[in-house]
Design a protein around this ligand. Structure first.
Ligand code: ADP
Ligand code: ZN
Length: 219
């Protein structure tokens, strides 16, 4: 089963993917996490990717797509894969279809998370990630049990560099609107999109979105 998480930054894609991983054992493939891991290790890929990420720009397709292709090959025996942060534009989506078709696979479902824009900005400011296992937390919505410490692994919680820069945040949201949002139509034509609203204002959080999503795909 291949599931794509769509939705702007800060809608909770990582959180939802984490819940689905715990409940169903599906593997989260987050391009952002892979880039950040490479940046912290100082790999060639990391150095190259960071030129774009630090400015809030997308990493070029040829780098991103071959990285995803390699990772999908490594994960070929998994029952479920949740793509979080990929595809980000139409070219990536088309290329993904080709890569999967060559393996006799396809995108099964797209979970499209929607959150009011003003809540998104606030969430990104309150977002914290585990420096070791990459689990995401939110100081207000789902804080760790012990402040600053990851529930899963005891790692230190940190603020992502690109979340601390307001200009980069705005740029990322703008890129989402122009390049990633059109993917909703692309997948709607295939009839595989399930929209889930996540909003603090109406007290609809990630757990409930997951429950609803699973009930829809599992019937
Ligand atoms: P966010 O969605 O909050 O911006 P991600 O962790 O998904 O964070 O991605 C962080 C950064 O990594 C992005 O701003 C972008 O520069 C880069 N990135 C991640 N996924 C892709 C992708 N599919 N294509 C190009 N760049 C990507
Ligand atoms: Zn952790």
């Amino acid at each position: 089963m291949i599931i794509i998480m769509l939705g702007a930054q800060g809608t909770g894609k990582g959180t939802v993917a984490g819940i689905l991983n715990k409940q169903k054992g599906w593997i989260q493939l987050s391009t952002g996490d892979i880039f950040r891991e490479n940046i912290s290790k100082g790999t060639e890929l990391g150095v190259e990717a960071n030129k774009y990420i630090s400015k809030g720009c997308l990493v070029p397709d040829e780098i991103t797509i071959s990285m995803v292709e390699n990772r999908l090959e490594e994960l070929k025996n998994e029952d479920g894969i949740i793509l979080d942060g990929f595809p980000r534009n139409l070219d990536q989506a088309k290329k993904l279809d080709e890569i999967l078709a060559a393996k006799g696979q396809k995108v099964d479902w797209v979970m499209n998370l929607e959150t009011p824009r003003d809540e998104i900005i606030e969430r990104m400011m309150n977002r914290r990630v585990c420096s070791k296992c990459k689990a995401t937390y939110n100081l207000k919505l789902h804080p760790s049990k012990v402040p600053g410490i990851c529930d899963n692994c005891g790692g230190e919680l940190i603020i992502r560099a690109d979340d601390s820069d307001e200009e980069a945040i705005k740029k990322r949201l703008e890129i989402y609107d122009t390049q990633t949002k059109p993917l909703v139509d692309f997948y709607n034509e295939k009839g595989i999109v399930i929209v889930e609203e996540i909003s603090q204002r109406i007290n609809r959080l990630a757990e409930e979105a997951c429950k609803d999503f699973l009930s829809k795909i599992e019937g």
